[in-house]
Design a protein around this ligand. Structure first.
Ligand SMILES: NC(=O)C1=CN([C@@H]2O[C@H](COP(=O)(O)OP(=O)(O)OC[C@H]3O[C@@H](n4cnc5c(N)ncnc54)[C@H](OP(=O)(O)O)[C@@H]3O)[C@@H](O)[C@H]2O)C=CC1
Ligand SMILES: O=C(O)[C@@H]1CCC=N1
Length: 281
């Protein structure tokens, strides 16, 4: 079996998420010469070229010799790039493992679109990563399609483990939409929270710079405690909450204003949107 270090990795689309994964992979020692990215937009392509990976405007070229091909374009563009790749793989002896990170796009669609001109279907894995992959702190969900072997899964696991601290394989495809609503979109929820915290503290008199340093470190510190502590999040919350103290005042306000319901509605909206993107493609 080809190991991750020996693999040629082709990225189709070199935007935010591809750049985050590439940054994570190269910082873990994956050779830049083994990574090729196809990206039509000059600005993104030149940014990637300057990091030392190979770039091209041709999806067929990025997918030609790769053992792993990562589809990292918008859901709406996925069909056309998959069909282009499938057509280019007719006659290729061994097909690559295809990893799609496109939100919502189903395995059924991906397998149909990547069918080669000589009637073969590559092994396809759906993955939902997140942008903290860039700093080696990603969280990813994965679901394997028909025919995916243990060796394919090992290769995908090695890829994900080089950029993710949590990799969760789900046993029903629709659960990937929930993963999307939780950890795929999740970094943005925490960024929004920090934006709001900074705005509040600034309006109460702190400078924006001080508020930003305090809020971001609080986010990191709480995250580290969540990962490292044996306690449940609810216990960690209770440890901060002195009886009738300041935290209690804040949490009571959250509760009164429907914080739990807002979070539930937001995660449900993201999950439903993921499913909708799959149906529209
Ligand atoms: N951003 C995130 O946090 C996450 C995103 N995802 C998924 O990753 C995928 C990419 O998202 P994201 O990186 O945010 O999006 P971006 O728009 O940043 O990246 C997509 C890139 O693909 C390029 N592209 C467009 N058409 C083609 C084509 N025909 N062939 C090759 N490349 C093309 C785009 O170029 P141009 O700009 O010129 O159109 C763009 O640079 C999506 O499917 C999304 O659902 C999954 C998890 C998290
Ligand atoms: O917003 C989106 O649709 C993508 C999928 C998960 C994160 N970003």
């Amino acid at each position: 079996m080809t190991s991750l270090q020996e693999s040629k990795i082709g990225f189709i689309g070199g935007g935010n998420m591809a750049s985050a994964i590439i940054g994570g992979l190269t910082s873990k020692g994956v050779s830049k010469t083994n990574i090729i990215v196809s990206e039509p937009w000059d600005v993104n392509r030149e940014k990637l070229t300057s990091t030392g990976v190979q770039t091209t405007t041709s999806n067929a070229t990025a997918g030609a010799d790769a053992n792993i091909v990562i589809i990292a374009v918008k859901p709406q563009v996925t069909k056309s790039v998959c069909e282009e790749l499938g057509a280019s793989w007719g006659g290729r002896a061994t097909l690559p493992v295809v990893v799609s990170i496109a939100a919502g796009i189903t395995l059924d669609s991906l397998q149909g679109w990547t069918k080669t001109s000589d009637g073969r279907t590559p092994h396809v894995v759906r993955v939902m990563p997140n942008t903290p992959a860039l700093v080696g702190e990603g969280a990813s969900g994965a679901f394997a399609g028909v025919g995916v072997t243990e060796q394919d899964k090992e290769l995908v696991n090695a890829l994900l483990e080089s950029v993710s601290k949590a990799t969760e394989w789900v046993d029903r495809e629709e659960l990937l939409d929930v993963v999307t609503g939780l950890s795929g979109s999740g970094p943005a929820y925490f960024f929004a929270m920090v934006e709001h915290l900074v705005a509040s503290a600034t309006s109460l008199g702190l400078s924006k710079e001080q508020a930003t340093r305090l809020a971001t470190q609080t986010c990191l510190g709480a995250g580290k405690m969540l990962v490292e502590s044996k306690d449940e999040p609810s216990q960690l919350r209770k440890n901060v909450t002195s009886p009738n103290g300041t935290t209690f005042a804040a949490l009571q306000t959250f509760e009164k204003e429907g914080f739990k319901e807002i979070v539930d509605k937001a995660v449900t909206a993201a999950t439903e949107r993921a499913a909708e993107l799959g149906k529209k493609a």
